[in-house]
Write a protein that binds this ligand. Structure first.
Ligand SMILES: Nc1nc2c(ncn2[C@@H]2O[C@H](COP(=O)(O)OP(=O)(O)OP(=O)(O)O)[C@@H](O)[C@H]2O)c(=O)[nH]1
Ligand SMILES: [Mg+2]
Length: 323
């Protein structure tokens, strides 16, 4: 009989926020920096291009020229044509590790100083912002490598919260000079729905363990099945709706056995969730990126905005989010 994917995800108790003290501090620091900035690069993860939008940046960064960079293009099925269809401002799909992509961004920043009569003599100043772990610091290092052939300037890592404060500007190109400020990732300031939290946990925007690896694995399985992408876990298990069956397959395949030789499904869950966070299980996109999906996301963001300002009583639309 043909495999039929489940259409409902089980109810698990999940945290619904991850807005930390240093996220708030970063937003204040961005306000203070703004006068010094020529172009803002907002980085979003192309595996979840809607979930990793943070309306806080709209509020904090006002009308500064902004380019949205959808990172980790090598790990996502998001296509440039989709971005064109969205028609939602200047946007580009990139790999933050790619020197070729970095070269393109440098040329664009240098063209900005050439085309702006009022460009400051101290060079063009860029600011990179985005949700935690989307690739901001990796991008800075690639830009510096592409522009100046220099080694890594800032620390990067596979978990959120590696960058803890707004750094001083780092030079990334010369003649004309370009400088870039790296900043800590900032999470959404309001409660998020279950799907968003599960997606954030899967791609690594919240700390590992905030959502149990078992739940992350069940969510990945649910989403892969809905997308008809069983082949992405075929080396571990035949098509299944049971996360336990999948984890047993992973334990067997990766030789994770507990005492007595039984499959160690806890170890398998940590392994598989970790592999997804790092993008090692293949390219996938977790958001509905159709134009209707974008509209639905926008409606939800406005609703969260109203909830934030009215405590859920919907007395009006808050002004902190402008779509
Ligand atoms: N495959 C792939 N991996 C990437 C890309 N960009 C970043 N990474 C990896 O993603 C992880 C997070 O990268 P960082 O540059 O530290 O992310 P960040 O946005 O600075 O994170 P915070 O400082 O914690 O907010 C690292 O393991 C990077 O190697 C990309 O475009 N493709
Ligand atoms: Mg960083």
């Amino acid at each position: 009989m043909a495999f039929v994917a489940r259409t409902a995800f089980p109810h698990y108790r999940l945290p619904n926020s991850y807005f930390l003290g240093h996220h708030q501090t970063t937003i204040k620091a961005l306000h203070a920096l703004l006068a010094d900035i020529d172009i803002v690069y907002e980085v979003r993860d192309s595996r979840a291009p809607l979930a990793t939008r943070n309306p806080l940046f709209e509020q904090a960064l006002g009308r500064r020229p902004r380019i949205v960079l959808y990172s980790k293009s090598d790990l996502s099925t998001l296509q440039p044509e989709t971005l064109a269809e969205w028609n939602d401002g200047e946007a580009q799909l990139i790999s933050c590790r790619s020197t070729a992509d970095a070269r393109g961004l440098i040329s664009r920043a240098q063209a900005f100083s050439a085309s702006t009569p009022a460009a400051p003599s101290s060079g063009t100043r860029l600011l990179v912002v985005g949700m935690p772990n989307v690739g901001k610091s990796t991008l800075l290092n690639s830009l510096r490598r592409a522009g100046l052939n220099r080694a890594k300037a800032v620390r990067t890592g596979g978990t959120p919260g590696v960058t803890r404060r707004v750094e001083t500007a780092v030079k990334i190109a010369a003649d004309p000079d370009v400088y870039l400020y790296d900043t800590p990732g900032v999470f959404l300031p309001h409660k998020v729905d279950t799907d968003t939290m599960l997606t954030m946990a899967t791609i690594g925007c919240v700390k590992p363990g905030l959502v149990a690896p078992y739940i992350v694995c069940d969510y990945v399985l649910f989403r892969l099945n809905l997308a008809g992408a069983h082949d992405m876990y075929a080396r571990y298990s035949p098509p299944t709706n049971s996360v336990d069956e999948l984890l047993e397959g992973i334990a067997a395949r990766t030789n994770k056995l507990s005492r007595g030789g039984r499959p160690d499904t806890d170890a398998a869950a940590i392994y598989y969730a970790d592999r997804w966070r790092q993008g090692k299980e293949g390219a996938f996109c977790f958001d509905d990126t159709s134009v209707a999906g974008l509209a639905a996301w926008t409606a939800r963001a406005l609703q969260s905005s109203a909830d934030r300002w009215t405590g859920g009583k919907h007395r009006g639309r808050g002004s902190w989010w402008r779509g």
